[in-house]
Design a protein around this ligand. Structure first.
Ligand SMILES: [Mg+2]
Length: 391
């Protein structure tokens, strides 16, 4: 029997160069408030948590969390690590339930579930390393020759710059592109027109044989989204992502039932039951849970089964290896989100600077190694000079 002997948590504070802020490049939930300071501050995050689960034979599994990392670190150190140390990583379902049920009064969602997710991901990495198998081989194996990915960037800015970015991206052979809206309810009709102009401009560049996805990041209201949907239909978006705040599940269901543009979401939902509720209520046509928030790989696999029964495709939020392994192992995950390697801007990019091993997309696909045990990432020392590390 293997035993987990310690859990090490570290917060990585990026102190290196960043792309300077440039206005409202993506609508977000804070847009509903009057402006005081930087409206994008809740959107940007330049810290990341790594969680290393060490076993008695020296094997170390790596997990991570990007949501409120300093607080998640504290939750793991004080509450979750003592529940996990001494357990056998192969009892992962028991460990998950133990973490979930012992902290049920406060841990079911938010910080608590993020902590559970990070530990669970690390346990799966450890199980892969202990068995000498890549994680996707433990989850069901290879369902695809390679994983199709979509280019996820195209933040709102002036039209020429967005078109230039799309043109450049097309030279890398992607067949799907996701763009962010920059205008929402407070910008009125002129903002609506600005949004539509950008969608049209992107269609001009990528043509009509490539997929276009549109992202609101919870920056619209139900009323605004209802007015926008008919105007967007002619651009044939593959989906409209997170039009309203995550708690407005009824709003998602109403928009999705309009059947004009498929509605996607779920990256801010927590747990198996939270995602099951989205599916039961018909709130999304594409489910985009975030493995880092939803309860890790253990919960994600259960959600995959439920989504398959509803025939709703799952496209996990964000790049990252834990998502790629899930996408590889599930036939119902048709494509993966892919953040191109880029200078540090929003914060999404940080995992390229903390870890080594994330695959780079080629011609619109990425590949996982059949023989690389675990998730296939390691903690890098290449950029240590650009981080302040909090143990
Ligand atoms: Mg999103």
């Amino acid at each position: 029997m293997t035993k987990i002997t310690s859990i090490r948590t570290r917060v990585w504070h990026w102190t290196g160069p960043t792309v300077p802020p440039r206005g409202n490049f993506c609508t977000n939930a804070s847009d509903a408030l009057y402006e005081k300071g930087d409206a994008m501050s809740s959107f940007r995050f330049h810290q990341w948590l790594t969680v290393e689960v060490e076993c008695d034979d020296g094997t170390v599994g790596i997990g991570n969390a990007a949501l409120a990392p300093t607080v998640v670190k504290k939750a793991i150190d004080d509450w979750y690590a003592p529940l996990v140390i001494g357990e056998d990583p192969f009892d992962y379902a028991y460990i998950w339930e133990k973490m979930y049920r012992r902290t049920h009064a406060w841990g079911r969602k938010g910080i608590g579930m993020t902590a559970i997710s990070a530990i669970d991901i690390a346990i799966w990495d450890a199980m892969g390393k202990l068995t000498g198998k890549p994680v996707f081989k433990l989850l069901g194996g290879r369902t695809k020759e390679k994983i199709p990915v979509y280019y996820s960037k195209l933040y709102a800015r002036d039209i020429a710059a967005m078109q230039a970015e799309a043109e450049e991206a097309m030279t890398h052979g992607y067949t799907a592109y996701k763009s962010r809206f920059g205008y929402g309810p407070k910008d009125g009709m002129p903002g609506m027109r600005e949004n539509l102009k950008r969608v049209e401009a992107l269609r001009e560049v990528i043509g009509w044989d490539n997929d276009l996805m549109l992202e609101c990041y919870m920056g619209w209201t139900l009323d605004y989204a209802k007015r926008m949907l008919p105007k967007l239909a002619k651009y044939e978006p593959r989906w409209l992502e997170e039009p309203v705040i995550a708690d407005d599940v009824a709003g998602y269901a109403e928009l999705n039932a309009m059947n004009i543009v498929p509605i996607s979401g779920g990256e801010h939902e927590f747990s198996v039951m939270g995602c099951a509720d989205l599916l039961r209520r018909g709130a999304v046509s594409v489910l985009q849970y975030d493995t880092n928030r939803v309860g890790g790989i253990t919960a994600a696999q259960k959600i995959n089964a439920i989504a398959e029964a509803f025939q709703v495709p799952v496209i996990p939020h964000a790049g990252q290896m834990h998502n790629y392994h899930l996408s590889m192992a599930n036939a119902n995950c048709p494509i993966a989100e892919y953040f191109p390697v880029f200078d540090v801007e929003v914060g999404n990019e940080l995992f390229y600077y903390i870890f080594e091993g994330d695959p780079e997309a080629k011609d619109g696909f990425l590949q996982l190694d059949d023989d690389m045990p675990g998730l296939g990432i390691s903690i890098s020392d290449r950029h240590l000079h650009n981080f302040r590390i909090e143990e």
